[in-house]
Design a protein. Structure first.
Length: 662
């Protein structure tokens, strides 16, 4: 009798639910089951109809609204610019201090493809754009009874520094703009959040504006420079079309929509615009747009640009699939049929289905004795956990958009899991290699897995290595030719070496487990890697790895610092490697720590401390010219002779605050 009353109540509840929800989601007789739905991931050019459907779907089906911008894909390779075509790799004793025999360039992903940074040099002049626009500081004057001058101003400038000779180095001018920089021949490009400027610096004392681009309510995200073109990624917090940017119109056929597979949540709350711009003229050559969310990664090879979107877990959908398959195992036929009517309904979404199923199950469980109810709930939970593991690859995924650098033609693909950062992608021999983690959040932490996929030119998966470091997540990846180096971590730091020579059959060849973890790996030649990371106590460490034996990697040495943070942990531009002299420079707060690698040992040679009396004076980066290292904070420049490790010059940028050229 109790069960019959329950079943009648359930039928009435279901009827009310169907009527109420169908009324909520009907729109002039049409449901929101729009034509862009698909079981497979794809990226397609829009038309006016599909674009409007996509916008309606993003607002009606919880595609989400988030307010962060993704990062640019970058694995890194230090590049050294030579003034001549041939030079010795031995330590250079530069006798003419007015000539740059060698100098460092930005630590970049692909040799020849430049990345924006706050520091650029041609060996003779340095262009430095401090990180903090708003500076508020008090200068303490030793030997006095109090504090000196107080500055409260907006600092928007790029300093121009005459680098040689080092002892006479000085600021010779500045441009009243700041942002990330490029230096291409005599073109200095400055990119702030809303505008891009190109200055002619053939006469560094008198820079002249060549052109300016107003981003028109879009915001700078990231960029690359290659082959005389600036590849710009910008975004705006809206999904709209057509778009006009830099006098170039992006119409529906150049706006690409992502069609996501089930079960998935795809968060799209903004438009990303990907453009190629001629460096000399400032004119847009090509441009496309796509909708995306906050969690994006962008990587550029010499042939293609890769734009990715994280497709978030939709466990509601997985649970619905599980119940469709298994409901008759747990419930009577009448109850199972009723549940399946809800699950198979096409007029309301997964969240609504899940909510109603929960209500129905709660009502059903109340009809059971406590022991029977608890046994059934425990059985369902165990079966679902097993189902989740068997369908782990469906939990979350990453959609990939491949854009030909010249034609801007688009190909799309998908891989299970989420990318860590820029290091997670690499193109080699026309194959894309991608490293991902599945389940990196508290709900699935004990189940998380790490995977590496190889994709062909059409972005089909042709090879993979799965389930590395279960219960851990990826902290660092480095691809080098047909090898990959991958670090996972939860309690120990496994360094995996993967052989990718056969892209259809990649495999793990070696593994090293050590305490702590590295977040950045940098090759230094002779089958050695430098790792920047943290030890078990969270303090900074530098590790020296030997990977000459792919089956048996070793940690040759490590150096711990009494510090907890370095910009180089997550910003590769802050890391400097001088290959000729085996020197590493690491910025840590107001310190620039300088190490030399000698006989497989890491030795500190210099602790360069910037002025402690200034606020916002953390060391931001460094570069070298000849045998001198230049270190930069927001308010100072220090120049160190690596032969004596003496500081030969300090430039106090505070002295140039009021020396702007407008």
């Amino acid at each position: 009798m109790k069960y019959k009353i329950y079943l009648i109540g359930l039928l009435l509840l279901f009827s009310v639910f169907m009527v109420s929800f169908s009324g909520c989601i009907k729109d002039n007789g049409n449901t929101h089951d729009i034509t862009i739905n698909s079981k497979e991931f794809n990226i397609i050019p829009a038309n006016e109809t599909s674009f409007k459907e996509f916008v309606k779907k993003t607002s009606s089906y919880g595609y989400g609204y988030n307010y962060m911008v993704g990062g640019m894909a970058t694995t890194q390779e230090i590049m050294t610019k030579s003034a001549s075509d041939s030079r010795s790799s031995d330590t250079i004793d530069a006798t003419n201090m007015n000539t740059a025999d060698r100098y460092s360039e930005t630590n970049v992903q692909v040799k020849g493809i430049d990345e924006a940074d706050i520091l650029k040099t041609d060996g003779n002049y340095i262009y430095f754009s401090p990180e903090h626009n708003l500076v508020y500081m008090t200068i303490y004057q030793p030997g006095t009874n109090g504090y000196g001058k107080v500055y409260d101003h907006t600092l928007e400038k790029t300093y121009i520094i005459n680098a040689l000779p080092p002892e006479l180095s000085e600021v010779i001018g500045n441009i009243p703009k700041n942002g990330k920089l490029y230096l291409q021949d005599n073109n200095l490009i400055i990119m702030d959040y809303e505008k891009i400027y190109n200055y002619n610096v053939s006469d560094p004392k008198n820079p002249k504006l060549n052109w300016k681009i107003d981003l028109n309510n879009t915001n700078y995200v990231d960029s690359r420079v290659y082959g005389g073109k600036l590849y710009l990624i910008s975004s705006k917090y809206d999904i709209e079309c057509p778009i006009i940017l830099n006098n170039f119109k992006i119409d529906y056929n150049n706006y690409y929509l992502s069609i996501v597979p089930d079960p998935s949540y795809y968060y799209a709350d903004r438009t990303y615009i990907i453009s190629s711009i001629d460096v000399k003229s400032g004119k847009t050559v090509n441009s496309i747009a796509t909708a995306g969310g906050y969690d994006t990664t962008i990587y550029m090879s010499k042939e293609n640009i890769y734009f990715t979107n994280h497709i978030m877990p939709n466990e509601n959908k997985l649970y619905i699939e599980f119940l469709k398959i298994n409901s008759n195992e747990y419930f009577s036929k009448s109850t199972s049929d009723l549940i399946n009517q809800v699950l198979n309904s096409e007029i309301f979404g997964d969240e609504a289905k899940t909510t109603q199923i929960q209500i129905m199950l709660e009502a059903y469980f109340k009809t059971l004795p406590n022991e029977e109810r608890m046994n059934l709930q425990n059985r369902i939970q165990k079966d679902y956990e097993l189902y989740l593991e068997e369908n782990w690859g469906k939990l979350e995924s990453t959609g990939i958009m491949k854009i030909n650098r010249d034609t801007f033609e688009v190909v799309s693909g998908i891989v299970p899991g989420k990318l860590l950062n820029q290091f997670s992608m690499d193109e080699y021999d026309n194959k894309l290699r991608v490293a991902t983690t599945i389940g990196d959040n508290w709900r699935y932490r004990e189940k998380s897995t790490n995977n590496l996929y190889v994709l062909d030119e059409e972005l089909n998966i042709i090879g993979s290595v799965k389930d590395m470091g279960k219960g851990e997540r990826i902290y660092a990846v480095r691809f080098m030719g047909d090898k990959a180096y991958l670090i996972t971590y939860r309690e120990t730091d496994p360094l995996y070496i993967l052989d990718l020579e056969n892209p259809e059959n990649p495999k793990i060849t070696g593994e090293l487990k050590i305490p702590g973890y590295s977040t950045y790996l940098h090759p230094i030649g002779n089958n050695k890697l430098i790792g920047i990371g943290r030890d078990d106590d969270r303090k900074l460490k530098i590790s020296l790895y030997d990977v000459s034996d792919y089956n048996n990697p070793k940690e040759l040495d490590k150096y711990k610092l009494p510090e907890y943070w370095s910009e180089a942990l997550y910003n590769h531009h802050a890391f400097l490697w001088d290959e000729d002299n085996s020197i590493v420079v690491l910025p840590v707060d107001k310190h620039a720590y300088m190490f030399k690698i000698e006989n497989n040992t890491i030795i500190m040679k210099k602790d360069d401390i910037h002025n402690n009396y200034y606020y916002y004076n953390e060391v931001l980066g460094s570069l070298y010219i000849n045998n001198y290292i230049y270190t930069f904070s927001n308010n100072e420049v220090h120049i160190i002779d690596i032969n004596s490790w003496k500081t030969v010059k300090k430039i106090d940028l505070i002295n140039y605050i009021d020396d702007s050229k407008n």
